[in-house]
Write a protein that binds this ligand. Structure first.
Ligand code: ZN
Ligand code: ZN
Ligand code: ZN
Ligand code: ZN
Length: 497
């Protein structure tokens, strides 16, 4: 373990620009793993715990990305003539081309001689975030070395591949080692558009290292969440729940709504540890049943959950009839459900998917299962873009229902605040307001209608009274007239007489 004291000193230097004289955190020995970030005082839900600024940040520049963003300010540029005219092989805006940061980057890459300096190359652009470590101060570099790094067989691949894009790529072992180490630290602790650290519906398009956040350990029910400041890309970490003094600050490295088994596998493979948090130790996941399936016995209405074994293929137990099933048996049900729901999700009709989730899927998969939750997320996201083939009413009802469903799962899991919850609550509020407005409009319509009807009835009454009056008058007039001559007798009668 790297000394917590040294890490603290280096972090203090890094965070000096924020001038936080009385920080709410300190680096200490963690119960979860190695070092961690501890609360030095009790924190209220929503309170800022710390800010962090990126020690390294750059474009993620994945192969499929458009590469026309400035390598300094990261702003998207017009898609022609965005490359630096000095021949460094980096995209840069005219303003940033005169800045010190680009001068440093430009001199470095020019000296390495990019093979095709005028062509945007994702490998070169992606490497910049890593290569910038070479020009950091000694303390800043030490801070990188203080952070956890998964030094597996693959961590040298990126630099090795990048070397092929330059004519004079550095061969100095120390420089290559700094870059390889930085790659490993970024992969273990950094943010990257490619690696899904963005588990909270966060959009983060860059590759970056936030050193203090890098020390924050994982819990599947994190007590903190982060957001980014748009202009500075600084990170703000807040308390997701009330945190007592001395408690460790935690975040999540996985998606919030994957089941125990999937999270276990992800953390083991990508992060190299086994999580022992309260959620991972509970087969029901706090009663949220994210990996719950129906019992194979069709006469049993119980839910089946995986045993807690820390194995990738655990057995399952029915909570009702106690029947045991193998992992393979239950995976059949899960795979069937996932296949059926994903097929509907991939078909073009959003309305069909919504109807399927509302009316059909419950017959073969519990609505608590992650595949249903994920599908509902997908629906909410699609509805954000537009309502596709859903009627306005279906879209509104779906937004309301699914946001409510998902927040209820979050409540069951004991998840506090997060960006995701904020988004869901906003959707709920908007829909409830819209619904209230609709109801009010409807009531107003009804009121107006009643008013009109009352008026019409009143008019009818007046008319009837008027007609009655007229009839009476006519009758009175008739009565006052002299009696008319008797009618002449019919001809036949006259003849008879
Ligand atoms: Zn720029
Ligand atoms: Zn340049
Ligand atoms: Zn866990
Ligand atoms: Zn059963």
């Amino acid at each position: 373990m790297i000394c917590p004291k040294r890490t603290s000193e280096l972090l203090d230097l890094h965070l000096a620009p924020f001038k936080d004289k009385d920080p709410a955190w300190e680096i200490g020995v963690s119960r979860i793993a190695g070092r961690g970030v501890m609360a030095t005082r009790s924190l209220k839900r929503g309170e800022i715990i710390f800010r962090d600024s990126p020690l390294l940040i750059g474009l993620a520049a994945n192969e499929e990305d458009a590469l026309n963003s400035c390598s300094v300010c990261l702003v998207v540029l017009p898609d022609t003539k965005f490359m630096c005219r000095q021949g460094c092989g980096l995209p840069v805006c005219s303003l940033c081309s005169k800045k010190k940061q680009h001068k440093v980057d430009c001199d470095m890459f020019k000296s390495w001689g990019p093979n095709e300096p005028d062509v945007a190359n994702s490998v070169i652009i992606r490497l910049l975030c890593v290569a910038r470590a070479i020009n950091l101060t000694k303390e800043q570099r030490d801070l990188i070395y203080c952070l956890q790094a998964n030094l597996d067989n693959n961590h040298r691949t990126e630099v090795r591949n990048a070397a092929k894009c330059f004519k004079r790529f550095p061969t100095d072992k120390k420089i290559v080692e700094i870059m390889n180490r930085t790659v490993a630290v970024l992969r273990t602790n950094g943010f990257d558009k490619t690696y899904d650290r963005s588990n909270d519906n966060q959009e983060f398009n860059y590759r970056a290292l936030y050193p203090l956040f890098g020390v924050v350990n994982h819990d599947c029910i994190p007590n903190a969440y982060y957001t980014f400041e748009e202009k500075t890309n600084n990170m703000i970490v807040r308390a997701a729940v009330d945190i007592p003094e001395g408690f460790e600050i935690t975040t999540t490295y996985t998606k919030l709504f994957t089941g125990n088994i999937a999270r276990h596998l992800f953390l083991k493979m990508k992060k190299g540890f086994t999580c022992k948090c309260s959620r991972c130790s509970d087969p029901t996941e706090k009663g949220a049943f994210i990996s719950g399936l129906y019992c194979r016995d069709t006469n049993c209405t119980g839910l089946v959950v995986p045993e807690i074994t820390g194995l990738p293929h655990p057995n399952y137990n029915c909570l009702e009839c106690k029947q045991k099933s193998t992992h393979a048996q239950m995976m059949k049900s899960q795979d069937f459900a996932s296949g059926a729901i994903n097929a509907k999700a991939n078909s073009n009709s959003l309305r069909t998917l919504v109807q399927y989730l509302n009316e059909k899927s419950d017959a073969f998969i519990p609505s608590s299962n992650y595949v249903v939750i994920e599908a509902k997320f997908g629906v909410l996201q699609r509805l954000q873009q537009g309502r596709e083939d859903c009627s306005e009413e279906l879209a509104a009802n779906t937004r309301l229902r699914y946001s409510r469903d998902i927040t209820q799962v979050m409540d069951k899991l004991g998840l506090g605040d997060s960006l995701l919850r904020t988004q869901l609550v906003q959707t709920l509020q908007r829909e409830e307001e819209r619904r209230a407005k609709r109801l009010a409009e409807e009531a107003e319509k009804q009121r107006k209608m009643a008013e009109l009807q009352a008026k019409a009835a009143e008019a009818d009454k007046i008319l009837a009274a008027f007609e009655a009056e007229q009839a009476a008058e006519a009758a009175a007039a008739a009565a006052s007239l002299p009696a008319a001559d008797p009618a002449p007798l019919p001809q036949a009668a006259t003849e008879l007489a």
